[in-house]
Unconditional design. Structure first.
Length: 127
């Protein structure tokens, strides 16, 4: 992950909604929710694979842990407020690995995908 992307992810709100936005940026379209089957699909390099919500939660926990580690490895900023912002972000990402925060972020991530699909369906229908 580039330093620019890390800084963009750090600038997102330190909330569950901010975490859902982080997931959208990190996972992109590799994880897709299928409302008809009430399950997730994961795209590896070659195939789509059906996954349980629990599998996504494990991936989210790992993503937040790796993101916190990557942010910690960035060069130390000179400004005090930037150091405080980085510390707050890392602390939030560590807290976000708790089941309640993971569940909320995954639900919001799913809802974002469903909203995107609804808009796409409207456009395709010509409404």
């Amino acid at each position: 992950m580039t330093n620019k992307m890390l800084k963009e992810l750090m600038d997102l709100p330190l909330t569950d909604f901010g975490n859902a936005l982080r997931l959208q940026a990190i996972f992109g379209k590799r994880w897709v929710y299928l409302p008809r089957f009430k399950s997730w699909m994961y795209r590896d390099q070659y195939n789509w694979k059906g996954k349980r919500t629990r599998d996504l939660c494990y991936a989210v926990t790992a993503a937040f842990r790796h993101l916190a580690q990557d942010i910690d490895r960035l060069p130390m900023p000179k400004a005090e407020w930037e150091r405080e912002e980085r510390t707050d972000t890392i602390f939030w990402l560590m807290l976000s690995q708790r089941p309640t925060h993971i569940k909320n972020a995954v639900k919001m991530y799913r809802d974002m995908q469903l909203a995107e699909e609804a808009v796409r369906d409207e456009v395709l229908r010509g409404n």
